[in-house]
Design a protein around this ligand. Structure first.
Ligand code: FPP
Length: 278
């Protein structure tokens, strides 16, 4: 990874950050489809890998800013199941980049109280990447700030298929009955077990697609599409996405009046939100 650091948080950034925090509605979980690295590079006459390298700088800035904002979960779609179909050279360069980023950034993640997790078919990654990943997971496991979930060799369909296979096995074994299968049970078999669903999905580069990301978990997430390519996506654009989110009305299939009533009665409000997953 480049030794060049992203610019430090400015006073204006701090002010914007405080405004967002004071508004009291910071998303608990943000998921990001980091798109546009290749196009960013192409526009500059650079090889695609230059876009991925600059993309790591954005990762660093967004992870730091998310921790400062008090976001509890940040899930980054770093490598999809379908990305294995890319040219061999690009795949191996991406793997090397990932390995180096994990190696170089783990100490900083520890300093910033960030805990690393991984979701996806981790066993399909090269051994060296798996080793760096497990090392980062182990070194950061006591951290209590931001939970950084790296989606690697991940796809939503892989996640659901995997969960169904395990459910079928447990039904056969008699650990569970087929009548036990509910949406909350399925959620417990997914790679995101015990992690709340994303409140906000951000996709960069102006594309309107979910691209086989957290298909189950995104059921009620708000979506923000940024026109910026991922290497250009820094904390200012994250602030803009959160500000936009703060103006959304999340109805979870209900009507506006029910939500207003729920707000007037905060105990009812938490009840409605708890039963909102229908
Ligand atoms: C999409 O851009 C990006 C990826 C497939 C890889 C994302 C990886 C990184 C930012 C680096 C490593 C990440 C971490 C967590 C350290 P694209 O190549 O599809 O761009 P294009 O659509 O313009 O071709």
């Amino acid at each position: 990874m480049s030794s060049r650091r992203v610019k430090q948080q400015t006073d204006a950034d701090k002010k914007l950050q405080e405004e967002l925090i004071n508004s009291g509605n910071i998303p608990n979980h943000i998921a990001v489809i980091m798109d546009g690295n290749g196009r960013w590079a192409k526009k500059r006459g650079l090889p695609r890998i230059a876009g991925h390298k600059e993309g790591v700088e954005s990762v660093r800035d967004i992870v730091e800013a998310s921790g400062q904002l008090g976001i509890k979960y940040l899930t980054l779609y770093a490598f999809s199941t379908e990305n294995w179909k890319r040219p061999k050279d690009e795949v191996s360069m991406l793997m090397r980049l990932l390995m180096r980023a994990l190696r170089n950034e783990t100490d900083k993640l520890c300093q910033n109280n960030v805990r690393v997790h991984a979701i996806g078919d981790i066993a399909s990654l090269p051994n060296e990447v798996q080793n760096e990943l497990y090392d980062a997971i182990k070194k950061t496991k006591k951290n209590t700030g931001l939970n950084l979930l790296l989606a690697l060799s991940y796809s939503g369909r892989w996640d659901i298929t995997n969960a169904l296979e395990k459910i079928v096995e447990d039904v056969k074994r008699g650990t569970i009955k087929s009548t036990d299968v509910t949406d909350s049970l399925i959620a417990q078999y997914l790679s995101t077990k015990d992690i709340p669903d994303p409140d906000l999905l951000i996709r960069t580069s102006g594309e309107f697609r979910i691209s086989n990301f957290l298909l189950w978990q995104l059921a009620y997430s708000e979506i923000f599409i940024s026109d910026l390519y991922w290497p250009e996506f820094r904390r200012r654009e994250l602030y803009r996405a959160i500000k936009d989110y703060q103006h959304r009305e999340r109805r979870f299939g209900m009507v506006s009046e029910q939500l207003k009533e729920a707000k007037r009665n905060s105990s009812l409000s938490s009840k409605i939100y708890r039963s909102a997953a229908f």
